[in-house]
Design a protein around this ligand. Structure first.
Ligand SMILES: [Zn+2]
Length: 160
């Protein structure tokens, strides 16, 4: 276990790992950091792969987080365009904003792990989509004709 490993316990652990991964020999790692050469060898063989995998995983997670943040920003912009277009009675723009927003919702659902690649239909019960739908219906309430057109278009898209 890493507990008994002088390298895992070492305060300069990260620096050591970088040296071990790089071209520095076990011997110079051992003399530079004051650890035994056999400990370096053991650490390299037994602990380093798991540590690297973990670091890689953390990197992946932070990348996904970043992506999630970007899609959320995109979504709030899309929704504001939708509301503005609706306010101006520009249904064409409103409809394309709806389509954009739908794509964002799908992406958000995928990224937050609510959805895998297969059941795309699940997006219709995702909280983000229901929220969007509510915003949409509320915004279009004063315009029954527009509301009917938008809902009709959405239903047609859902059936596709
Ligand atoms: Zn170790």
């Amino acid at each position: 276990m890493p507990r008994s490993c002088t390298l895992c316990e070492h305060p300069k652990r990260e620096e050591i790992d970088r040296a071990v991964v790089g071209k520095t020999s076990n011997l110079s790692v051992s003399s530079v950091f004051g650890v035994s050469e056999s400990a370096v060898r053991r650490h390299k063989a037994n602990h380093l792969p798991a540590r690297l995998a973990k670091a890689h995983e953390a990197e992946e997670v932070s990348r996904a987080d970043d992506l999630l943040r970007q899609v959320r920003i995109l979504q709030s912009k899309t929704l504001s365009i939708l509301l503005r277009a609706e306010g101006a009675g520009d249904l064409r723009t409103a409809l394309s904003a709806v389509r954009e927003a739908r794509g964002n919702v799908e992406l958000l659902a995928k990224l937050s792990g609510e959805l895998d690649e297969r059941p795309v239909v699940n997006v219709l019960v995702s909280p983000q989509w229901l929220e969007l739908r509510t915003i949409l219906v509320t915004a279009l309430e004063p315009h029954p004709e527009a509301l009917g057109a938008v809902l009709g278009a959405l239903e047609a898209a859902d059936g596709a």
